[in-house]
Design a protein around this ligand. Structure first.
Ligand code: ZN
Ligand code: ZN
Length: 191
């Protein structure tokens, strides 16, 4: 695997982190390997019918699969870049397997199959995918009362309140706010 140093940044923990385009190409390769590894379960999936995308703004889920019936079904699978930053590549691989199972369930059982129903669970176990794959990420920013430390609000994106928290007051103590940004998210600033 060739590595281009300009496309990577050094994470605070020393681990290297891929950029969104690099992550997307790694996901495409991994999906192809995974389809071969679990041929009996995923072999029917035509990977040309899957469009992969990495979103920098998806915080409410690690990923999702949106399937459509056309001449043959097509699937758009979106993976959260913040999830990669926060949870790492191994977790992203689980998300990829989970979303591929959604695609198979759609093709085998149609659009009315329950999202995480019996059919899904049986197939997910066979490819060692987590049964739940869409949980939200922890908040990137927490707004706190600067006097009593109470949690007031959580946000995923920077806002006027996260940029100038001291210009806002808490209801509990009528005190300026403080902002706590989760350490793992600091890497997102690079992109
Ligand atoms: Zn799911
Ligand atoms: Zn307070």
């Amino acid at each position: 695997m060739s590595r281009t140093s300009s496309a990577e940044v050094e994470a605070p923990d020393g681990a290297e982190r891929w950029t969104p385009p690099r992550l997307e190409s790694e996901i495409v390769s991994y999906a192809s390997e995974t389809r071969e590894e679990y041929e009996s379960t995923l072999g029917q999936l035509d990977l040309d019918r899957i469009h992969w995308d990495v979103s920098r703004r998806l915080f409410r889920a690690g990923g999702y699969c949106r399937s459509r019936i056309e001449e043959g079904p097509t699937h758009e699978i979106v993976v959260s870049y913040p999830a990669y930053i926060y949870w790492g590549w191994d977790r992203v691989k689980e998300i990829v397997r989970h979303e591929m199972v959604h695609a198979v369930v759609f093709e085998e059982y149609g659009p009315d199959a329950a999202p995480h129903g019996d059919e899904f669970r049986a197939l997910a176990r066979r490819v060692n995918a987590p049964l739940r794959g869409e949980e939200a990420l922890p908040y990137r920013f927490e707004l706190l009362c600067s006097v009593c430390g109470r949690f007031l609000d959580g946000l995923y994106e920077p806002s006027v309140r996260t940029k100038s928290p001291r210009e806002y007051r808490s209801n509990c103590c009528m005190a300026p706010l403080e902002v706590d940004e989760k350490r793992s998210y600091h890497e997102l600033r690079e992109f």
